[in-house]
Design a protein around this ligand. Structure first.
Ligand SMILES: Nc1ncnc2c1ncn2[C@@H]1O[C@H](COP(=O)(O)OP(=O)(O)OP(=O)(O)O)[C@@H](O)[C@H]1O
Ligand SMILES: [Mg+2]
Length: 330
């Protein structure tokens, strides 16, 4: 589990103060993957640096499995850092070292006996699917394979937390999905807590159990995927499950509603239930439906006939757990 409490980072620039983190609080339970998304300048990299104490926070606390990293001695901090594995956009491997030598490097630093290193490295290479490439050099590996080496190396010291900073931003879509599958496998096998910093909504959709939106140094929205996707007032719902760009805002007369929901009900039952219950024709203007993990999510834009009882229909939909936004009447 990783717990962040009211983390602030203020940089002094000349006579100005730059507030990079304004007070970030965050909790990621053990064995879950949490995504942090945000535009350029939102404070993502600052957050990563403060979490690992590479940069001293101005105030606030960071704890891993209940152990506070802020306010500890240099020795304790060195130990605590081993509890956090780091994965970067580029694997940053040593070109002159083979796969197994790269993965074993953190253990060499801690003075681990050679035999133990060899056993641990073999186990990790098996886990990340690189057993066959133990003797290969980075130049002989693909970008995805290099990233796997980086992940195996991050796991060498048996960390409780894996902190991934834009882990797939340099990879093609297929390799991205393979790496995300690997991260999910690690979560499930090792029960490791994962924090992924990313600007890609695809990463959030494919891999994350929960997500935070960072903006101007503050978390402005957070929650598990189901709750943010069905929160019509939030921004994440509209970026995670956008309607097609050319979705009509109107089509003739009648009120337009946007619906966000999750569950087994595909699009059909919702629309037909409204039609049947209120004895009206419902016009579907646009929709996007996605299967994420084992859940189905839908974002629909529908239009009701001019004489429909909008309030009753809206209440009916809401009572069925559907988030409704009235887009206007024509
Ligand atoms: N060392 C520093 N000195 C002064 N200001 C800084 C420093 N590092 C970051 N900042 C400022 O803090 C804010 C957050 O920067 P940060 O690098 O954390 O953003 P980011 O979300 O990682 O952006 P990007 O997606 O572009 O990498 C920015 O306004 C930036 O200019
Ligand atoms: Mg950054």
């Amino acid at each position: 589990m990783i717990t962040v409490r009211d983390l602030r980072k203020v940089y002094r620039q000349g006579s100005n103060d730059v507030v990079a983190l304004g007070g970030v609080s965050l909790e990621v339970p053990t064995g879950k993957i949490h995504g942090i998304v945000g535009h350029s300048g939102a404070g993502k990299s600052t957050l990563v640096r403060c979490l690992t104490l590479l940069d001293q926070p101005t105030s606030g606390t960071v704890s891993v499995n209940g152990k506070e990293l802020t306010n500890v001695s240099a020795d304790e901090l060195r130990d605590a850092r081993r509890r956090i594995g780091m994965v970067f956009q580029h694997a940053n491997l040593f070109d002159s070292r083979t796969t197994e030598q790269n993965v074993g490097y953190p253990l060499e630093l801690t003075g681990t006996p050679k035999k133990e290193i060899a056993a641990k490295v073999a186990e990790l290479l098996e886990l990340v699917g690189l057993a066959k490439f133990a003797k290969a050099y980075p130049s002989q590996l693909s970008g995805g394979q290099r990233q796997r080496v980086g992940i195996a190396r991050a796991l060498a010291t048996d960390p409780d937390v894996l902190l991934c900073d834009e882990p797939t931003s340099a990879l093609d879509p297929k390799t991205t999905d393979e790496i995300l599958e690997l991260v999910k496998k690690l979560r499930d096998r090792l029960n490791i807590t994962v924090l992924i910093i990313t600007h890609e909504m695809h990463v959030v959709k494919q891999a994350c159990d929960s997500v935070s939106l960072l903006e101007g140094g503050f978390i402005v929205e957070h929650g598990d995927i189901a709750s943010v996707i069905t929160n019509a007032e939030g921004r994440l719902a509209h970026t995670l499950l956008p309607l097609p760009g050319d979705a009509p805002r109107s089509a003739g007369a009648g009120t337009i509603l946007d619906l966000l929901y999750t569950g087994d009900q595909a699009t059909e039952p919702v629309i037909s239930a409204v039609s049947r219950t209120f004895n009206i024709d419902v016009n579907v203007l646009a929709g996007s439906v996605e299967q994420l993990s084992d859940q189905q999510y839908a974002h629909l834009r529908i239009q009701l006939p001019v004489d429909a009882d909008v309030e009753a229909i809206t209440n009916y939909l809401k009572s069925n757990g559907i988030a409704v936004t009235v887009k206007g009447t024509k």
